[in-house]
Design a protein around this ligand. Structure first.
Ligand SMILES: Cc1cn([C@H]2C[C@H](O)[C@@H](COP(=O)(O)OP(=O)(O)O[C@H]3O[C@@H](C)C(=O)[C@@H](O)[C@H]3O)O2)c(=O)[nH]c1=O
Length: 185
């Protein structure tokens, strides 16, 4: 496992060590001890999620407030996505900045998004199966979100607007400025 730091403190890109042979391949997709050694984070994942989406589907930008804040280790099993994390930690020097990471079934790259970030992704391939581990349980009442096209965030999602497909809920999310006072990360 090789861990790459990013411009946003606490966000890591993870390249796994893959063993290939005539049967196919093998790799450890998560190892708590190695993860701690390489990142310094003693994470305790309690929930795994999987979703499948067609091209142009944009899920996000999502987070959970307060005691239900979640860190996520995300990856793509099949297909290709552009994954986005936005820093919502008020005291962070990179507050409101984001990072974009391409994840695919082929590269098997993983992305660790710590608590205090909004997260979202858009599907670039015909379909994509997205898988992620979370260190806190889903809690509907704690759900928060930021609109994907917040002009102050200026995220380039890599696809033309007319190709994007969002849930109804995700089309009416507020801008970061509108909810900045409620954030307590
Ligand atoms: C996220 C989640 C949703 N659900 C339910 C609620 C709802 O009925 C259905 C679909 O939920 P959503 O529309 O919120 O799913 P989705 O838009 O895929 O939400 C996810 O988006 C990505 C970007 C994230 O970062 C995740 O944390 C999560 O917020 O699944 C759960 O039961 N458990 C969960 O952990």
């Amino acid at each position: 496992m090789r861990v790459e730091s990013t411009k946003l403190e606490g966000c890591f890109i993870i390249h796994d060590t893959v063993f290939g042979d005539q049967r196919g391949y093998f790799f450890e997709s998560f190892n708590k001890k190695t993860f701690l050694q390489q990142t310094g984070i003693d994470v305790n994942f309690v929930q795994d999620n999987q979703s499948r989406s067609q091209k142009g589907v944009l899920r996000g930008l999502h987070f959970q407030h307060g005691e239900f804040a979640q860190s996520k280790l995300v990856r793509v099993l099949e297909g290709k996505v552009l994954d986005i994390a936005v820093d919502l930690r008020k005291k962070s020097p990179t507050y409101s900045q984001h990072i974009a990471v391409e994840l695919s079934g082929e590269s098997r790259t993983q992305f660790y998004v710590p608590r205090g970030f909004a997260h979202g992704f858009v599907v670039l391939s015909e379909t994509a199966t997205f898988f992620y581990k979370c260190d806190n349980y889903y809690n509907k009442a704690s759900e928060g979100g930021i609109i994907y096209n917040d002009p102050e965030l200026g995220i380039d999602w890599g696809l033309p607007q007319e190709q994007l497909l969002l849930s109804e809920k995700d089309t009416v999310l507020p801008t970061l400025k509108m909810i900045a006072n409620e954030l307590n990360f």
